[in-house]
Design a binder for this molecule. Structure first.
Ligand code: DUC
Ligand code: ZN
Ligand code: ZN
Length: 468
């Protein structure tokens, strides 16, 4: 069956053109005008913007973490993603201690396979960096996995030392793979945590003190130096600190192959959200936590001057009240103290419309730059372009028909994420994904869900070579 999307303005990272799209066999067959319509599904997109589906390069669905498991699985998370205009994401498979990286990837593929409703891929998190693990890195390309993550935080759980960080970077670079890093200094966090708890400081706001700007910026500066030392490319995830962004900027100005991601929550939320009466602040506990107004300003600058290349979510939702029937334990695990709150926030459904609202409607970035940050750059950096991340002949027909005038008030009452709160509760955005297609199949039509578990496909990724 062929589909024609007509009369809309097609917005890519490069252009905005009033043209029609012919879709056949799940891919874009032609772009132009006056396609014969006989026997085709017609979507009339007059007055609408047609954009490539969002790609969220950083999510944690169904992830065991913080003594529980994130509350969205690969079906609920995918349904929510689609309603929010995201048609593909890259999640993190975790290596278990004593196991191979390949086993981690295969375990996560099994978690996703029958539930997936949109397309997905995996990075692998290296948590047990023995020599065998390092030697195994190049073979992951056979699994379609071309990016690895190391954590400089979560001491005693995921954290790796500088030797392992450098060995991973070197080995990955040898075979055209990309290392990603969670850059916060885990030793400093451990020392600060002990000090705070010894002083009886258990309120939610102390999470921000234990994960301070300096602790994040130190690790980012170190990471950028490691790029200089090794020459290996590096992608720094979820950057929230102004001094961290400055380090990336300086590195890029020297020509180093370092890239930076921020997340939607850091564009709108500051540490004040953690400093609220009672337990409310737990909703915003994630690592790194949102920082000060000046850091938020620095992030916006980093997006506009190309210091940062992508906006992801780090979507890792936990129930605010996980004691209710049918729920997994959630934020309430940390009622007695901030250090027991599972780290993570929801966002996979909100990223596309919130960023449009905050960035494009305010005039901070153009619609084309929006597409670049939300879809095209993640596809390029992670070896999925031009199959994903653009609207071009031969690309997958992953498409958002976006109504730039539709107003929508974000709320946990109406969102599709499997979590009982929304970071942006009550925010009315202008501009909303009206129809969402993945490989030509209409998954979302207004408020109607037409998707199904098992439709989503694993994306076997190429190695990247672009340093954006
Ligand atoms: N940070 C979070 O807040 N949650 C998941 C993992 C991470 O690094
Ligand atoms: Zn992280
Ligand atoms: Zn993460």
């Amino acid at each position: 069956m062929k589909t024609i999307i007509k009369n809309g303005t097609v917005i890519t990272a490069g252009d905005s053109i009033l043209q029609d799209i012919l879709i056949e066999g799940g891919v874009i067959k032609a772009l132009g005008k006056n396609f014969p319509e006989y026997g085709c599904n017609i979507i009339d997109a007059k007055g609408k913007y047609i954009m490539p589906g969002g790609i969220d390069a950083h999510t944690h669905l169904d992830m065991p973490f913080g003594g529980t498991v994130s509350s969205d699985d690969f079906f609920t998370g995918h349904k929510a993603a689609a309603f929010g205009g995201t048609t593909c994401h890259i999640d993190f498979a975790l290596q278990s201690k004593g196991e191979t990286l390949k086993k981690g990837v295969q375990d996560w593929k099994a978690r996703a396979k029958d539930k997936a409703a949109v397309d997905y891929s995996f990075h692998i998190a290296v948590t047990d960096p023995t020599q065998e693990t390092i030697d195994e890195i190049p073979s992951l390309k056979d699994e379609g996995v071309t990016s690895l993550k190391v954590f400089l935080a979560y001491k005693g759980v995921f954290q790796v030392d500088d030797t392992a960080f450098m060995s991973t970077m070197n080995k990955a670079a040898e075979s055209g793979m990309l290392t990603m890093v969670h850059a916060e200094n885990g030793d400093a966090i451990a020392v600060k945590t002990k000090e705070l708890l010894n002083a009886g400081k258990t309120d939610m706001k102390y999470h921000s003190v234990a994960h301070s700007e300096a602790i994040e910026a130190e690790a980012i500066n170190r990471a950028v130096s490691f790029v200089e030392i090794t020459g290996a490319p590096l992608y720094i995830v979820h950057i929230a600190s102004g001094n961290g962004i400055e380090a990336v900027r300086k590195g890029r100005r020297k020509g180093l192959p370092v890239m930076g991601e921020t997340c939607v929550q850091y564009l709108f939320i500051t540490d004040e959200a953690l400093d609220q009466e009672g337990f409310e602040g737990a909703k915003y506990i994630c690592s790194p936590p949102p920082k000060k107004e000046e850091d938020k300003k620095a992030i916006w600058e980093g997006l506009t001057d190309n210091t940062l290349q992508t906006i992801a979510t780090d979507h890792c939702p936990f129930w605010f009240d996980g004691t209710k029937e049918g729920r997994t334990p959630g934020k309430e695990l940390g009622k007695a103290s901030w250090d027991k709150v599972p780290n993570g926030v929801p966002g996979i459904e909100d990223r596309f419309p919130m960023t449009w609202h905050g960035a494009v409607n305010s005039g901070k970035i153009t619609p084309n730059k929006f597409v670049e940050l939300i879809s095209t750059n993640p596809a390029k950096i992670f070896g999925m372009y031009p199959k994903k991340g653009t609207i071009a002949v031969g690309s997958d027909a992953d498409i958002v028909v976006f109504d730039p005038n539709k107003k929508h008030t974000i709320s946990a009452e109406t969102h599709h994420m499997n979590v009982d709160y929304n970071l942006y509760e009550g925010t009315t955005v202008t501009g909303w994904p009206e129809k969402v297609l993945v490989r030509g199949k209409l998954l979302v039509d207004g408020e109607k869900w037409l998707g199904e578990a098992g439709f989503g496909e694993f994306v076997f990724r190429n190695t990247h070579n672009d340093i954006i």
